[in-house]
Design a protein around this ligand. Structure first.
Ligand SMILES: Nc1ncnc2c1ncn2[C@@H]1O[C@H](COP(=O)(O)OP(=O)(O)OP(=O)(O)O)[C@@H](O)[C@H]1O
Length: 271
């Protein structure tokens, strides 16, 4: 049990620091990224690497560019400057089949979950398998049921999105994002709109999936409880500084950062 703080040193309500697994080589490398819309520069010169198997959190206050950074990593918004590579391939200089192949190796769950309302949870998870694989229908269904099982939704497979809770919708969104066995899963504000208990359950699921599947997670959030529960490492963006103001283990940042904005973020929300 390396890296586990003795129980007496933990804060009330804080889970044991998760075991520090041996993370693999970098699967995402971002170098000197600048994001700009017109004359509005959100951030500049942001560099970091995400290692295989870790839960990497992008945090920061509203409007600092967290979601934009995520979009820039997955090929939806081009950087004004800098480069980002995923699994060794430059996202923005790769085109055609190679780019499609790369994008198939990542999964994304957007804040709203974005399930099709007229389809059952099972059909929603089958959809990417029908679109991107040559599996016959029975095999697609088998895989989709297995993914729903992974997120604890086996019993809800035949329900429509309107017939399940907000937490179940997020789980179904994760099951769908996992359908093609992505190497990296991007989650945009997974806790948004959830009560604290449901949110804590989702955090536990993310950690379990990360450890059991070895999937790398990149999670955008500003929920402190989630950051501390799931994050192996994080970066913090700041709107005023227009850039990255911290990088590291979120618990270390909470306890030891001397940067006033970083301290304020962790202390205010922890209080
Ligand atoms: N396509 C776009 N065109 C112009 N401006 C944009 C675009 N996308 C985002 N912005 C602006 O960039 C800023 C940062 O947006 P972004 O969604 O990346 O921030 P965020 O840190 O994720 O915020 P929040 O936590 O509130 O979701 C916002 O002021 C937004 O209006």
């Amino acid at each position: 049990m390396t890296g586990d703080a003795p129980a007496l040193l933990r804060r009330p309500g804080e889970a044991a620091k998760p075991e520090a697994p041996a993370f693999g080589p970098a699967v995402i490398v971002a170098e000197h990224l600048t994001a700009r819309f017109g004359t509005n520069t959100l951030f500049r010169d942001v560099s970091f690497a995400v290692k295989r198997g870790e839960v990497f959190v992008i945090l920061g206050g509203s409007g600092c560019g967290k979601s934009t950074l995520l979009k820039l990593m997955i090929g939806l918004v081009p950087p004004a400057e800098g480069t980002v590579s995923i699994l060794g391939t430059d996202v923005w200089s790769t085109e055609g089949e190679a780019r499609l192949g790369l994008l198939k190796r990542i999964g994304v769950m957007w804040q709203q979950g974005a399930l099709f309302g007229s389809q059952t949870l099972l059909e929603n998870v089958i959809m990417p398998l029908a679109e991107h694989t040559t599996l016959p229908p029975a095999a697609r269904e088998e895989v989709a049921r297995a993914k729903l099982g992974l997120v604890g939704l086996s019993e809800a497979a035949s329900r429509l999105p309107s017939e399940v809770s907000g937490g179940m919708l997020k789980r179904a969104g994760i099951a769908r994002a996992l359908a093609l066995d992505p190497a990296i899963l991007f989650l945009d504000e997974p806790s948004a709109g959830l009560d604290p208990i449901t949110s804590a359950g989702l955090d536990e699921l993310i950690r379990d999936l990360s450890r059991s599947l070895g999937t790398t997670f990149v999670v955008v959030t500003h929920e402190l409880a989630s950051i501390l529960a799931i994050g192996d490492r994080c970066i913090m963006l700041d709107r005023e500084a227009k850039g990255m103001i911290a990088e590291g283990d979120p618990r270390d940042l909470r306890d030891h950062s001397t940067h006033p904005t970083v301290r304020a973020f962790f202390r205010r929300e922890a209080a």
